[in-house]
Design a protein around this ligand. Structure first.
Ligand code: AMP
Length: 285
């Protein structure tokens, strides 16, 4: 393996040895799972893990099982050297970078299939997705055995699904949610933003603008369904080609929202050219 500024583990055996050494020293370990092509949003997760952990492992693995054959697995941005440099700069201690065959050796056949928070929204459009995410995260938790793992609210339903599998399967770690880091114009940072043309990049912040409008409207007691329908019209008028969903849900369960029962969340997914953008925002004053 070439020289990197911080250690990079490529095998489960090497990873385990390193984590075992830390554990024998009584150190607390935090995990930040990523698919690489890192940006400030990912680095913010490392910083949040550092608040309560002595050692930080960031995994970089573009997980083939969460992509459908029609999706962007083969073209997903891969910027490994730059990722490791950013992680070194952020004082991350170890990069966990398994190959697909290390993660899924010959004969691999087990799948974690989440329900509950995984139902609806993303699953209506990417039915394979949360099974792939839940399986790889279960493996990452087994491999790294962290005290905490940090996930971004940017992928709000994913965060809810991870909390659900950890709770349901009694996994011995805490899940920490991290606020979405945005560009100055409101667009949520995402590895996929680099797919956007200059024109699309100018249009992209509209998704944040319209879901913020829905949140404000619902907070004032307005009707959620009509606000979502109006937001979809605005996105289409603004240049988005296809709206997968704009929905108001209960922030904890992702079931129906009832302001008397708990916090709400507006979630959206929409296509700008060939790029699918997702975003979400809290309904709060
Ligand atoms: P990804 O590499 O896109 O799979 O994301 C890895 C982790 O980074 C996930 O927990 C994401 O929710 C989180 N993440 C991605 N973008 C952002 C962002 N803009 N702000 C905060 N967290 C993010």
């Amino acid at each position: 393996m070439p020289d990197f500024p911080i250690p990079v583990s490529a095998t489960v055996a090497d990873l385990r040895l390193r984590v075992r050494t830390w554990r024998s020293e009584g150190l607390r370990v935090g995990l930040v799972p990523t698919m690489g092509a890192l940006h400030e949003g990912h680095i913010s997760l490392v910083r949040i893990a550092q608040q309560t952990c002595d050692r930080i492992v960031t995994s970089i693995f573009v997980n083939p099982t969460q992509f459908a054959p029609t999706e962007d697995f083969s073209t997903y941005p891969r910027t490994f050297d730059d990722d490791v440099a950013q992680l070194a700069e952020a004082d991350c201690h170890l990069v966990w970078a398994p190959t697909p065959s290390e993660m899924y050796p010959e004969g691999f056949a087990t799948r974690v299939v989440p329900a509950g928070a995984a139902e609806g929204l993303e699953t209506d459009f990417r039915p394979h997705f949360f099974g792939g995410v839940a399986t790889v995260c279960t493996k990452l938790f087994q491999q790294v055995t962290p005290d905490i793992a940090v996930f971004g609210e940017k992928d709000f339903q994913q965060l809810a699904v991870i909390r659900q599998i950890v709770r349901d399967l009694d996994m011995p770690l805490s899940i920490v949610g991290a606020p979405t880091v945005r560009e100055a114009d409101g667009l949520a940072m995402s590895s996929r933003n680099r797919y956007l043309s200059a024109d699309e990049r100018r249009t992209a912040p509209l998704i944040h603008e319209v879901i913020s409008g829905v949140a404000a409207h619902v907070l004032e007691g307005g009707n959620a369904d009509s606000a979502c329908a109006e937001a979809a019209r605005q996105l289409t008028a603004g240049g988005f080609q296809k709206i997968d969903y704009i929905a108001v849900r209960d922030a904890a369960t992702l079931g129906a929202y009832d302001p008397k029962k708990g916090a709400g969340r507006v979630l959206a997914a929409a296509w700008l050219g060939k790029t699918r953008l997702i975003d979400n925002i809290a309904i709060e004053s």
